[in-house]
Design a protein around this ligand. Structure first.
Ligand code: 5GP
Length: 210
């Protein structure tokens, strides 16, 4: 079986990347969403083991020391990290694994897994981003300002991503994301095993005659 593709999705807080990825997972069964661990407190509608595995800082630090994370980063004062075992198991089952992580984590994943694809989801404009953050009303004004400032910093690293997608419409953005993953699955690098098999079969069928 072909191993799945590791897909890293980043975007400014409020860009709607979570919604886009959920849409993709709902409409295709060959994707799996990695669930991160975080030391941030749950938002009112968030559930343990669904949105995140919520940890204390001490618990998170022991996950780091036990080497249980593919990557981790501190973002706006909290730890966030990707548990290793889930990702590896799903990739081996042939699922494309989606990691929704911020930029420092994305860069770490790219250096550990060079074959991963990095996608940055953009809002249509800065004012639309602010509107979405305010509309979400789960963050304080101070937190919204911190997230807008963080977006300014993160905008410096966007060029390191392989693909940029504008989230103007969730369905359209999810379809484009799926299109990228499908295209990558057809690259000759990912098809190396298949190419080799056909070569072998051709040789056998050609019967060795020049
Ligand atoms: P939020 O607090 O809004 O859920 O997430 C804040 C930021 O943390 C987002 O940019 C999100 O992509 C990022 N994030 C979530 N999980 C992880 C993770 O496992 N690793 C890293 N590096 N970032 C993460």
């Amino acid at each position: 079986m072909q191993k799945g593709i590791l897909v890293v999705v980043s975007g400014f807080s409020g860009a709607g990347k979570g919604t886009v990825m959920n849409r993709l997972v709902e409409s295709h069964d060959d994707y799996a969403l990695s669930i991160s661990a975080t030391s941030r407190l749950p938002r009112p509608n968030e559930k343990e083991g669904v949105n995140y595995f919520f940890k204390t800082r001490e618990e998170f630090e022991s996950m780091i020391s036990r080497d249980e994370l593919i990557e981790y980063a501190e973002y706006v004062g909290n730890y966030y990290g990707t548990p290793k075992s889930f990702v590896e198991e799903r990739l081996n089952e042939g699922k494309n694994v989606l990691l929704e992580i911020e930029i420092q984590g994305a860069m770490k994943v790219k250096s550990t897994f060079p074959e991963a694809i990095l996608i940055f989801i953009m809002p249509p404009s800065a004012s639309e981003l602010k509107r979405r953050l305010v509309g979400r009303s789960t963050e304080s004004t101070e937190e919204i300002d911190r997230r807008m400032n963080r977006a300014v910093q993160e905008s410096q690293g966007i060029e390191y991503y392989d693909f940029i997608l504008v989230n103007d419409d969730v369905d359209r953005c999810a379809a484009r994301l799926h299109g990228i993953v499908e295209a990558v699955s057809c690259t000759s690098r990912r098809q190396a095993g298949f190419i080799e098999r056909i070569r072998q079969e051709l040789k056998e069928m050609a019967g060795g005659a020049e």
